[in-house]
Design a protein around this ligand. Structure first.
Ligand code: UD1
Ligand code: CA
Length: 465
């Protein structure tokens, strides 16, 4: 049977008190609506629609990576039922099940959606409502049953004192038969001060008509948590974090302190990697096996091979680090950094658009930008590639087995051939050929007895005064 998906995302999200559309708030590296889209993709829907409101352009831009979405504009936010009506042109000629999801209910599991739609289809229902039992049902629509069957859904603000005590809630996720849907939506009476059309009103209409009204209850009520405020967003973040950490630990990762370990949804970590307290792994990051990530490390969109050690307080963005490398403490690897096997980056070293070959070392106080560095190179303390003249960037090319003495400035563009040496304290402005020693510093002059001569002249000046 055909299946379709519609995500309601036109609400203003006023309770977030934010300039950003609610469904674009971030949760573990993805926007809220991206979490929903991912879960829904398990249904392999024939079509997927998203209802958007006044901030349509922003939502559009936020979903630029997702192809095959049909955007439906709801110009005025007149309620969830009204939102669904706007999608009529999209689904009018379709048949089968329409699964309606909320853009602000991001933790829904794919298996739950599958169970919802399978039950719906098996029972031939007109509507199947996903419900949950919540210890604190405040704010949600309540499920009112009679003789065990769903009779109607009452919104918090319309609920009587007795109804508020009900702890079974409407998740805002439904499976709907498309055939009777749009005519029935038009029969829902407008409610509230601004004449909203509430989608849950469908239940009452179908009951009256004797059409099938069913429910499916989620096992884990956290799955259907709605996000209406910053506090609720933070609570959901904590749940997602815990889920991810548990998934990693189940796969053999050691997490010293799950409470302070923040790992985004798409991050992968190999077994026997040890994550110390206060580590943040973001975006599209892949960590190999047996790595060690010390406290205060933040890694974004980067790839680490096996057996890599990252010492405390490193920031690593858009970098690729091969196996057995050691980084930090206090290093900053910026985008397009490539670190070779068993290479080392030490304390207070910054790299950008730079590759450091296998077994090479830059251990102290160094800036390497736009540099291509061979293998087994030793970059001395305080070496700086001067790659920028205020207008343009220039490359530095360093061969294999080069030794660069401490305190060297490399004025790019410049090339050091294989096996070359650079004397400490040099300011290198010209290429150094392979095997040569480049020395570029002024000669030292020692003035014998200078100190006692100066003292004498000072004393004389004093006594004359
Ligand atoms: C809704 C349900 C409530 C349920 C809860 C679950 C209604 C009337 N109430 O309440 O029974 O317990 O979800 O989280 O449906 N939206 C639009 N256009 C609109 C209004 C809303 O697209 O005109 C979208 C919102 O962006 C959001 C979703 O629909 O993604 C739900 O709207 P929201 O205002 O958050 O409804 P709740 O008050 O949470
Ligand atoms: Ca909501």
């Amino acid at each position: 049977m055909a299946r379709h998906v519609l995500i309601l995302a036109a609400g203003q999200g006023t309770r977030m008190r934010s300039g950003r559309p609610k469904v674009l708030h971030r949760l573990a590296g993805l926007s809220l609506i991206e979490h929903v889209l991912r879960a829904a993709s398990v249904l392999t829907p024939d079509s997927t629609g998203v209802v958007v409101g006044p901030v349509a352009d922003q939502v559009h831009a936020g979903l630029a990576d997702h192809t095959g979405l049909a955007f439906v504009l709801q110009p005025e936010q007149l309620g969830t039922g009204h939102a669904l009506l706007q999608a009529e042109p999209l689904f009018r000629d379709r048949r089968g099940a329409l699964v309606v999801l909320s853009g602000d209910v991001p933790l829904i599991r794919p298996e739950t959606l599958r169970r919802l739609v399978e039950t719906h289809e098996r029972k031939g229902a007109a509507v199947t409502v996903l419900t949950a039992r919540m210890a604190r049902p405040y704010g949600y629509g309540r499920i009112v049953r009679k003789n065990g069957r769903l009779r109607r859904i009452v919104e918090e603000r319309d609920a009587s004192e007795a109804q508020r005590q009900l702890n079974e809630i409407n998740s805002g996720i439904y499976a709907l038969d498309l055939t009777p849907l749009f005519d029935a939506l038009r029969e829902i009476p407008a409610a509230g001060a601004i004449n909203e059309i509430y989608l849950p009103g469908l239940v009452t209409i179908y009951r009256r008509r004797g059409l099938g009204v069913e429910t499916v209850e989620v096992e884990d009520p956290d799955e259907v948590r709605g996000i209406n405020s910053q506090t609720e967003l933070a609570e959901v973040k904590q749940i997602v974090r815990q889920r991810k950490n548990e998934e990693l630990m189940a796969a053999g990762v050691t997490i010293e302190d799950p409470a302070t370990t923040y790992v985004d949804t798409d991050v992968t970590v190999g077994p026997d990697t040890v994550i110390h307290p206060s580590v943040i792994l973001e975006g599209r990051t892949t960590i190999g096996a047996r790595c060690e990530l010390h406290s205060g490390v933040r890694i974004v969109d980067s790839t680490l091979g096996d057996d890599v050690l990252i010492n405390n307080h490193c920031v690593i963005q858009g970098a690729t680090i091969a196996q057995d490398a050691r980084i930090g403490p206090f290093a900053h690897l910026r985008p397009e950094t490539v670190i070779g096997k068993a290479a080392r980056i030490g304390t207070f070293v910054e790299t950008k658009k730079t590759s450091l070959g296998d077994g090479s070392k830059a251990n102290h106080l160094t800036y390497l930008g736009d540099a291509t560095i061979g293998s087994e190179v030793n970059v001395g303390a305080g070496t700086i590639t001067c790659n920028y003249d205020g207008g343009q960037k220039y490359p530095t090319t360093i061969g294999d087995r080069v030794f660069i003495g401490s305190g060297t400035e490399l004025i790019a563009p410049v090339t050091l051939g294989d096996d070359a040496y650079v004397a400490a304290g040099s300011c290198i402005t010209n290429d150094v050929p392979a095997g040569a020693l480049g020395v570029a510093r002024s000669r030292q002059v020692n003035k014998e007895d200078w100190v006692s001569r100066r003292k004498k002249s000072q004393d004389t000046a004093h006594s004359n005064a």
